[in-house]
Design a protein around this ligand. Structure first.
Ligand SMILES: Cc1cc2nc3c(=O)[nH]c(=O)nc-3n(C[C@H](O)[C@H](O)[C@H](O)COP(=O)(O)OP(=O)(O)OC[C@H]3O[C@@H](n4cnc5c(N)ncnc54)[C@H](O)[C@@H]3O)c2cc1C
Length: 366
């Protein structure tokens, strides 16, 4: 295994080809932030007639390698060893650095998760290159094959484009929840290779004795979200938000000030410093729609705003606007949903009764 690698910018950047992505895993399963990079990574690679190479580390990687290929990687390389079962910075960074020396990728993408950020910074230092952290847009210039890494800056008011013209690989971390996971295709064609990793004892400085998952609210995979903002006026307002959420099977989200005030836990926060979400339905109740909040939810498929201010910024991106006091609108909404559910149940009942009768008659015939 190599230690520090090329200290100078490469003499010939043209030797560096293809897009490489590091697919993070936990307990033998690929995690969503890694899968999210496949669509953007493969779009960039194919734009310049190159391929997308997925890298997977773990104890046993066969299933994950297959999964990565079926989700759209053109080539997948898996490294397996019991020492790679859990994320450990030094072994992971050393293996990935070695792969960079071997495969010379033009672009390397890593998810901007906690482990991904830890890994990316080390890889960048070892490779003597730069890394654009927490990107929300990624593209490649087809002429120079230069990565156009874009990320919000100045409190999300501006999108900065950062280029790394001299050093290779061009590295970026991708913000979780921004890029869509592609469709899985069991007939996808891809090359794959599983290698046995030998990890030097001195790299295993950290021993993982136990793993306790943090009981967080994962809003990133929620189908429906009902979020509350300062317009609630008080902590107990979240009871009403929860009631509406329960009625439609939604998760509860929140704006940052409500979290700062201690009205709800931090893992409910949506936005720049919270979670980035893209549910089918996002109902924003008493949320003004400042840039930092919109950053985390503007990709939702359908947005409903309930706000007393007809000029609230969130209305600008909403599909439906309820210009009303949330304490009047939400109970009415809950009532209407309950009524509709009861009607649907009534309609479904005679049909179900009919089916039961048919089954009984058939049984009697026999
Ligand atoms: C570096 C940085 C990072 C940040 N990160 C985040 C982040 O991740 N997420 C985030 O949310 N914010 C974040 N913020 C804060 C952000 O700038 C806004 O301050 C915040 O989003 C506003 O929250 P709000 O919409 O709940 O409150 P407000 O802006 O005060 O809006 C309250 C809204 O409620 C409406 N309203 C009032 N009463 C009622 C009622 N009875 N019925 C219906 N509507 C009513 C009002 O018309 C208003 O539109 C960040 C700020 C900074 C500087």
């Amino acid at each position: 295994m190599a230690g520090l690698i090329n200290a100078e910018p490469p003499a010939n950047p043209d030797e560096y080809r293809n897009v490489m992505i590091f697919l993070e895993s936990r307990n033998g399963e690929l995690k969503k932030p890694g899968l999210e990079m496949i669509s953007v990574g493969s779009a960039m690679a194919h734009k310049v007639n190159e391929i997308l190479i997925g890298i997977v580390f773990g104890d046993k990687v066969g299933d994950m390698v297959k999964q990565a290929g079926e989700y759209g990687c053109d080539r997948v390389i898996g490294y397996e060893s019991p020492d790679l079962k859990d994320f450990r910075t030094i072994p992971y960074a050393t293996l990935l650095s070695d792969l960079i020396v071997e495969l010379k990728p033009n672009i390397l993408l890593i998810p901007a998760t906690r482990n991904g950020r830890d890994l990316a910074s080390r890889i960048a230092v070892r490779s003597r290159t730069g890394v654009t952290a927490d990107c929300t847009e990624l593209d490649v210039d087809p002429n120079g094959r230069i990565l156009q890494a874009r990320r919000p800056t100045y409190g999300e008011s501006t999108l900065a484009e950062i280029l790394c013209k001299r050093h290779r690989p061009q590295m970026a971390t991708a913000r979780p929840g921004i890029f869509a996971v592609p469709e899985r295709n069991p007939n996808a064609k891809y090359e794959s290779e599983i290698r046995k990793a030998k990890i030097k004892k001195e790299y295993l400085r950290k021993e993982i004795v136990d793993f306790k998952p943090k009981t967080t609210v994962d809003l990133t995979s929620a189908r429906y979200i009902v979020s509350g903002g300062l317009g609630l006026g008080k902590a107990s307002g979240f009871k009403l938000i929860q009631e509406l959420a329960d009625e439609i099977g939604a998760y509860v989200g929140a704006s940052r000030p409500t979290v700062d005030l201690g009205w709800i836990g931090r893992d409910h926060q949506v936005g720049q410093t919270g979670q980035s979400v893209r549910p089918e339905l996002y109902i924003a109740c008493g949320i003004s729609g400042k840039a930092q909040h919109l950053m985390g939810m503007k990709l939702s498929q359908n947005i409903v705003s309930i706000n007393t201010d007809p000029d609230a910024e969130i209305n600008g991106i909403s599909d439906y606007i309820i210009n009303a006091d949330l304490y009047e609108a939400i109970p009415k909404l809950i009532e209407a949903i309950r009524k509709k559910k009861a009607e649907l149940k009534k309609e479904a009942k005679p049909e179900a009764d009919g089916k039961k009768k048919e089954v009984k008659e058939k049984a009697a015939e026999k």
